[in-house]
Design a protein around this ligand. Structure first.
Ligand SMILES: Nc1ncnc2c1ncn2[C@@H]1O[C@H](COP(=O)(O)OP(=O)(O)OP(=O)(O)O)[C@@H](O)[C@H]1O
Length: 541
C-alpha cells in the first residue's frame, strides 16, 4: 500500500466527465476516491465516514460548494476543502477562502496544479525543486543595485530564509503583548494558518508585520518548508522579474547559469512579500498572473514551472487608497487582501510596553551572556511611556539594545535611553501603562529589583496625553558614539570579571591580545582594584 492511499478523498461535481477526470487523476496518485454529484449526496456520504479532503465544484444542482463548506465548518469536520470555481470568478474564490476552504482551483483545471493543490492540502511535501538561488541559500540580503541593468547579485531584496533549526518554532512565542489588539492578531494568525488564503498584513514600519507572517508560516502545515521573506522595495525594477521567477543560462549578459527565483525557492512553503505597495505596476501584473496560474516562467525559458506557494504580503501603505490613486492594481489587491491582519502601532497598544520591555531585556541580556538582567528604573519607564515610538517595536528594541550597552550599572535610567523628548517632572507612569505583566519582581520584571505592585508605583492615575512627536536621535559623530558604546561594554565586562582582562575578553569572544588592543585604543587601564578610563584624545589608534 503506498503512503498516499492512506488518504481518502471525496470529489463532488455534477458533470460526470469531469468527475471521472478528477477521480482518475487522483486514483493514479494513489489516493482512495469516492464521488458525489450534489450537495445532499455528498453530505449523506460525509455522514457515514471521514475523508482526508473534499474537493467540490462551486455550482451544484441543489446548492453551491459554499453550502457544503459551511456545513463542514459548522459541524467542526476535519476534512480540508478545495473548491473549484469558474474561470475569472475571483469573488467566488475569495468567498471560498473566507468560508474556510483550504484552497481553490479555477476552471479549466490544470491537472498538474490540481495534483499539487491536493497534495499540499493533505500535507504532503511537494516534489523537490532543486537548489534555491545562491543568495537565498546564503540567507543574505543586499540592497545595492548595479545600475547597469545586469543582475550582478541575485537575491537583492531577499531578506531571509528560515534556517532549518528555527522552523516550526519561535515567532509566535516571541510575539509579546496581551493588549486586546495583540490578542486579536494572535487569534487571526491561528485561524488563517489553517488555510492557503493569501493574507495582507498592514501596519506601520516596525510594528511586527514580518513576525506575524513568520508566525502564520510556523503554525501552518507548511512549517517544515521554506519561508522566504522578500523586501519588494529593495529590488531595482529591471531585476524584479529575474529575482521573482528566476532565469535561464544565457537569458541576458551575465546569466552564466540557470537560477531559480523567489517563487521556486518558496515552493511548498510561504513567500512573504514585504512592502508590496512599492512594486511597480508592470511587476504587479506579472505577480498577479503567477498567483492565478500557480506557475512562473523564468526569464529566457520557454516553459512555465508550476509552483505551490502561499503568499503573505505586507505594507505600511493604505493599499485601498493606492488602488484609488491608480498606483496599485485592483485585481491584485483583491487577490492579496483575502484576509487582512492589521498590526497596530505601539502608541495604540501602550499596555504592551511593559511586557515588551521585559521580554526584550531578557533576550538582550541572554544574548549578551549577562549574568544579571538590566532593569528599567520607574523613572525610565515613565519616560518611555511618554514617547510615541514613531519607529514602533523596532525602535523600542534598538533603544533598549543601546541603553544596555551604555548603562554602566544594572539599572537603566532616563539618561541611558537617549529619547528625543525631555524628561518629565519626576512622577509616575501614566495609567495607560498599567502593566498587564505580573509585577512579581522576577527576572522578567523590568521595573526594578524589588517586587513592585503597580498600585504602589502609580500613586495617581494620570491620563496619557499625546506625547510630543520628535525625530529619533541620530548621533552627530558616529565614530565617537560607537567608541562610547564599546567603551561602556568593555568597562562593564571588566567590572564583572574583577578586572581580569582574559576572562572579560573571553566572555565577549575576544582573545587577550584583542582585548588589550581595544582597551589601549579606548584608553581603558586596569589600575589595582579598579579602572582608569581616558576617553579623551589620548587613546591612540
Ligand atoms: N509583538 C512583538 N513582540 C516582540 N518583538 C516584536 C513584536 N513586534 C515586533 N517585534 C520585533 O521588532 C522588530 C521589528 O519587527 P518586524 O521586522 O516584524 O516589523 P515590520 O513591521 O515587518 O517592519 P518593516 O515594516 O520595517 O518591515 C523585530 O526584531 C521583531 O522581532
Amino acid at each position: 500500500m503506498s503512503a498516499t492511499s492512506l488518504h481518502s478523498l471525496l470529489v463532488v461535481d455534477d458533470e460526470p466527465d469531469l468527475r471521472t477526470l478528477y477521480e482518475l487523476t487522483l486514483l493514479r496518485e494513489g489516493y482512495e476516491v469516492e464521488t458525489a454529484g450534489s450537495v445532499e449526496e455528498a453530505w449523506a456520504q460525509l455522514k457515514d465516514r471521514t475523508y482526508s479532503a473534499v474537493i467540490t465544484d462551486m455550482r451544484l444542482p441543489d446548492g453551491s460548494g459554499l453550502d457544503l463548506l459551511r456545513r463542514l465548518e459548522q459541524s467542526g469536520r476535519s476534512e480540508r476543502a478545495i473548491v473549484i470555481t469558474a474561470y475569472g470568478s475571483a469573488e467566488n474564490a475569495v468567498q471560498a477562502l473566507k468560508s474556510g476552504a483550504y484552497d481553490y482551483l479555477t476552471k479549466p483545471v490544470d491537472l498538474k496544479v490540481f495534483r499539487s493543490v491536493v497534495s499540499a492540502a493533505l500535507g504532503r511535501s511537494p516534489a523537490a525543486r532543486g537548489a534555491a538561488p545562491n543568495a537565498a541559500s546564503a540567507g543574505v540580503s543586499s540592497a545595492a543595485g548595479t545600475g547597469s541593468g545586469v543582475p550582478a547579485d541575485f537575491g537583492l531584496g531577499l531578506r531571509s530564509i528560515v534556517p532549518r533549526h528555527e522552523r516550526g518554532s519561535g515567532a509566535l512565542r516571541r510575539m509579546a503583548g496581551q493588549s486586546a489588539a495583540m490578542q486579536q492578531v494572535r487569534a487571526l494568525v491561528d485561524k488563517v494558518a489553517r488555510s492557503m488564503a493569501p493574507v495582507l498584513v498592514q501596519g506601520e514600519s516596525g510594528t511586527g508585520k514580518e513576525l506575524v507572517a513568520r508566525s502564520i508560516h510556523q503554525v501552518s502545515s507548511r512549517a517544515a518548508q521554506p519561508f522566504i521573506a522578500v523586501n519588494c522595495s529593495a529590488i531595482p525594477e529591471q531585476l524584479l522579474e529575474a529575482e521573482f521567477f528566476g532565469y535561464r543560462k544565457g537569458a541576458f549578459t551575465g546569466a552564466a547559469e540557470d537560477r531559480e527565483g523567489f517563487f521556486q525557492a518558496a515552493h511548498g512553503g510561504t513567500l512573504f512579500l514585504d512592502e508590496i505597495g512599492d512594486l511597480p505596476l508592470s511587476m504587479q501584473s506579472k505577480l498577479l498572473r503567477a498567483i492565478q496560474e500557480r506557475a512562473v516562467r523564468p526569464v529566457g525559458a520557454v516553459a512555465e514551472v508550476a509552483v505551490d506557494v502561499r503568499i503573505i504580503s505586507a505594507t505600511h501603505r493604505d493599499l485601498a487608497a493606492e488602488v484609488a490613486e491608480g498606483r496599485f492594481r485592483q485585481d491584485l489587491f483583491y487577490r492579496l487582501n483575502v484576509i487582512q491582519i492589521r498590526v497596530p502601532p505601539l502608541r495604540e497598544r501602550r499596555d504592551d510596553l511593559y511586557e515588551l520591555c521585559a521580554r526584550m531585556l531578557e533576550r538582550i541580556a541572554g544574548e549578551a551572556g549577562m549574568a544579571v538582567m538590566p532593569r528599567l528604573t520607574p523613572r525610565a519607564l515613565d519616560h518611555l511611556a511618554h514617547y510615541d515610538f514613531p519607529g514602533n517595536v523596532r525602535e523600542l528594541e534598538n533603544l533598549l539594545h543601546r541603553a544596555v550597552a551604555l548603562s554602566s550599572a544594572s539599572q537603566i535610567d532616563i539618561e541611558d535611553l537617549e529619547l528625543p523628548i525631555a524628561p518629565r517632572a519626576r512622577g509616575a507612569a501614566p495609567a495607560a501603562f498599567m502593566p498587564a505583566w505580573p509585577g512579581d519582581g522576577r527576572i522578567g520584571d523590568p521595573w526594578s529589583h524589588e517586587p513592585v505592585k503597580p498600585a504602589t508605583v502609580l500613586p495617581e492615575p494620570v491620563v496619557a496625553g499625546p506625547a510630543p512627536l520628535a525625530e529619533p536621535a541620530v548621533p552627530q559623530d558616529l565614530v565617537a558614539y560607537l567608541d562610547e558604546v564599546e567603551r561602556a561594554v568593555l568597562v562593564r565586562a571588566l567590572e564583572r570579571h574583577r578586572y581580569n582582562r582574559t576572562a572579560a575578553g573571553a566572555a565577549m569572544g575576544l582573545t587577550l591580545r584583542q582585548m588589550r588592543y581595544r582597551m589601549a585604543r579606548l584608553g581603558i587601564q586596569v589600575a589595582g582594584e579598579g579602572l582608569t578610563v581616558d576617553d579623551g584624545d589620548g587613546a591612540g589608534d
